[in-house]
Ligand binder design. Structure first.
Ligand SMILES: [Zn+2]
Length: 196
């Protein structure tokens, strides 16, 4: 992989790759795609470095890791959501100013119509061939950020419901209440209340 990375002149991109590689374990194709998507999102949304971002990744595969380690979006701070549609796509927005209910977001997708022009990468994308990460990343570096399509979307922010805590009638443990029932989710599942 190191000889492939020699093609990169941008020291900031090299720094990003180094951090993501050590966090993710290695530089996978998907992790590199996540870095490119993050950089596109920052540019399109005009985000300063250090500005808080929120991301929804449409797959568990690789994409979330660059956003975690480079943009501080984590599951625990709720700045990272995963909607597992199995797509190489992300939806990114900045923090909404107080009192604002619409927030400008960008959805970025690795575009199969564009990867089709790079048959080896397209084979990786469609799983129609055996391509190493090294070869796929090399093609992505050559293509720059030209293989993505993105769309700006204004998203309506949901009002946060007040967090209510209750003690479960069955197990006695405290839980965050999502409805008015007396049982926690776990007990409802175990007892079969939720099963059809
Ligand atoms: Zn319970």
């Amino acid at each position: 992989m190191n000889d492939v990375l020699k093609k990169i002149n941008d020291p900031y991109l090299l720094f990003q790759i180094e951090r993501v590689s050590s966090f993710h374990g290695y530089l996978s194709t998907g992790a590199f795609i996540g870095i490119q998507m993050l950089n596109i999102a920052k540019r399109v949304l005009n985000a300063d470095s250090g500005e808080q971002l929120y991301v929804t990744c449409e797959t568990y595969n690789c994409l979330p890791d660059p956003f975690q380690i480079l943009a501080g979006c984590t599951i625990g701070n709720k700045k990272l959501k995963i909607r597992d549609y199995g797509k190489m796509a992300v939806l990114v927005n900045k923090r909404a100013p107080d009192g604002q209910t619409l927030i400008r977001s960008v959805r970025i997708v690795l575009d199969p119509a564009k990867t089709a022009q790079y048959p080896r990468l397209h084979d990786w994308y469609m799983k129609t061939g055996n391509i190493t990460h090294k070869e796929a990343v090399s093609i992505l570096i050559d293509a720059g950020e030209s293989l993505y399509k993105y769309k700006i979307i204004d998203i309506e922010l949901q009002e946060k419901p007040e967090k209510r805590i209750a003690l479960c009638d069955n197990c006695g443990e405290s839980f965050v209440r999502k409805n008015d029932g007396p049982l926690c989710q776990e007990c409802m599942e175990n007892i079969g209340v939720l099963k059809e």
